[in-house]
Write a protein that binds this ligand. Structure first.
Ligand code: ATP
Length: 513
């Protein structure tokens, strides 16, 4: 656990030191849970977004993309249920005066039980060696079975009380589990209260005529209100999807985990419109497809798991999270929700307008059902960064820090380095940059010894470095160094572009899907 907390600290400081993520308005001491992306962060974020967009829109004939406004008519949020139900249960500790999400306190308690299970499994795996059967161990070891039952029963009770809005029982649960404030250690808690997460603002010049608005807490509603516009103008036939990426805003109660939980963040969502009755099948298909998108990045199958929701949101008939092993444990990275016809029916009620589709095969009009996939771009960024950051001890006992990002997503694909700053090497290196830059994000660096320049590119996650030396002037070859293996190869300059493009292009990643 200490090691993991350590890793998380390293990720945060690496992100800052190498121009990935800065605290917002840092010269004013920052703004809580708001962050800015620096020169490398913006590039990485753009590449993740592009990977998502191309996988969803470009590779699916029946999915189109839109870009709806952040401001929406305020009644949208009445219809969507956000005005009445977009609440988190909050609780204050009377001693530390710190505010917590009551459900998260309980979930963290359960995570500790799960950590104990993992520890038991690891211990047994070591003891039994190759003969170890994890599944069997988990169902037969009395201690582990006990832990599992305890965790499940706590989550079940939490789910039930939240669903019934029985906040007194949530508090009772916190007391029964003897959960104390992580800050003060005190168990003196206030009552649990509901807190609405939407940010309000005003539209209009004068105080009297101004209209109360909300900053959108999810991008999905921009898609629902445009369902008919897109369906009609695009002559879309069911099943079809509408995708969108964009900012969302939530006044999160607890926003302490760097870019994991922010107050302003970016979502990548896709709403897939389907005939009623087919939702189960599409829900399973989208779960599988989205997991595949993650696995193609090569961050390790063991680092993902599905978590099926016990407590369903007011709009859903099934929901699951794809969880990722962050440095602070398994947490939600993406949600896949079967949203029924809740949103469209509700917008019909509030607008008095029909939001239906004529199905020529069934020969009837109906309100489509929806399966959505919803992923936080910033959370995906954090997953990548924390998985990629590696410290290695080399053969010569020196250390190197390397960011093993999937090459297709790396901010810079190739750095061109003249061995020395004279003898015509910089000029030759520049001609290589001028050739590569049309197809690849290319950097040029001539400062410091070449070994230090390699280290710097390693820390930025640059998959390839090209070194131009005196031999290059004679025979038009250069050294190509690969980030992870540090292997160096002599390559003819003419072959560089094709060789690197083949290894780092988004196309090669998309072809794995
Ligand atoms: P959580 O349970 O962590 O609060 P959620 O279930 O409210 O998340 P959704 O409403 O399903 O999240 O949003 C979809 C995705 O948007 C999440 O899977 C997550 O990746 C991302 N997301 C949600 N809230 C935030 C936030 N405050 N900061 C960054 N990303 C977020």
């Amino acid at each position: 656990m200490v090691q993991q907390a350590d890793q998380f600290k390293k990720v945060i400081s690496h992100a800052k030191e190498y121009g990935f993520v800065f605290p917002s308005s840092e010269i004013y001491d920052g703004l809580s849970a708001v962050y800015d992306y620096g020169q490398n962060g913006a590039a990485l974020k753009k590449n993740i977004r592009e990977y998502w967009w191309k996988a969803m829109v470009q590779l699916h004939e029946n999915i189109v993309g839109i870009d709806a406004a952040i401001f929406m008519h305020p009644t949208t949020w009445k219809a969507s249920g956000h005005v009445d139900a977009f609440n988190d249960p909050l609780i204050d500790n009377k001693v530390s005066k710190k505010r917590y999400r009551a459900d998260v306190l309980v979930e963290d308690y359960v995570a500790k039980i799960e950590a104990k299970i993992e520890k038991e499994v690891a211990k047994a795996a070591k003891r039994f060696g190759a003969a170890f059967d994890e599944a069997q161990f988990k169902t037969t070891n009395p201690r582990v079975v006990g832990y599992q039952e305890k965790a499940a029963s706590i989550l079940k009770r939490l789910g039930k009380s939240l669903e019934k809005e029985d906040l007194a029982d949530v508090k009772a649960l916190i007391e029964e589990l003897e959960i104390s404030c992580p800050e003060s250690g005190s168990r003196d808690w206030t009552e649990v209260k509901q807190f609405n997460l939407m940010f309000g603002t005003k539209l209009g010049a004068s105080a009297e005529s101004a209209m109360d608005l909300y900053l959108r807490p999810e991008t999905a509603q921009g898609i629902f209100v445009n369902f008919l516009n897109v369906q009609k103008t695009g002559r879309m036939k069911l099943p079809f999807g509408i995708a969108q990426t964009g900012k969302a805003f939530r006044n999160e109660i607890v926003a302490r985990q760097f870019i994991f939980r922010m107050r302003e963040f970016e979502q990548m969502e896709m709403q897939f419109f389907i005939p009623p009755g087919t939702q189960k099948e599409w829900y399973e298909q989208w779960k599988e497809k989205r997991l595949k998108w993650h696995l193609a990045l090569g961050m390790g199958e063991d680092n993902y798991r599905f978590h099926d929701h016990e407590k369903l949101a007011h709009y859903a008939d099934a929901a699951a999270d794809i969880e990722f092993r962050f440095p602070f444990g398994f947490k939600e990275l993406e949600g896949i929700h079967s949203r029924t016809d809740f949103d469209l029916v509700s917008h019909e009620k509030f607008t008095g307008k029909k939001l239906q589709y004529f199905d020529p095969e069934r020969n009837e009009n109906y309100v489509p059902y929806v399966v959505e996939t919803s992923i936080g771009l910033d959370r995906m960024f954090l997953a990548l960064l924390s998985n990629a950051l590696t410290e290695e001890t080399l053969d010569d006992a020196t250390q190197r820090t390397v960011l093993k990002l999937p090459p297709a997503l790396a901010p810079t694909k190739v750095a061109v380095l003249p061995l020395v700053k004279k003898d015509g090497l910089p000029e030759l290196a520049r001609t290589i940059v001028d050739d590569l830059k049309w197809d690849l994000e290319t950097a040029y660096d001539e400062k410091d010894a070449v070994g230090r320049r390699y280290r710097r590119q390693d820390a930025l996650g640059t998959p390839y470095c090209i070194t131009v030396d005196h031999q290059s002037l004679e025979d038009q070859t250069v050294t190509l160094r690969e980030r992870d293996s540090m292997q160096q190869e002599r390559i003819a300059m003419d072959h560089l572009k094709k060789l690197i493009v083949d290894k780092v292009s988004l196309t090669s990643l998309l072809q794995k899907l």
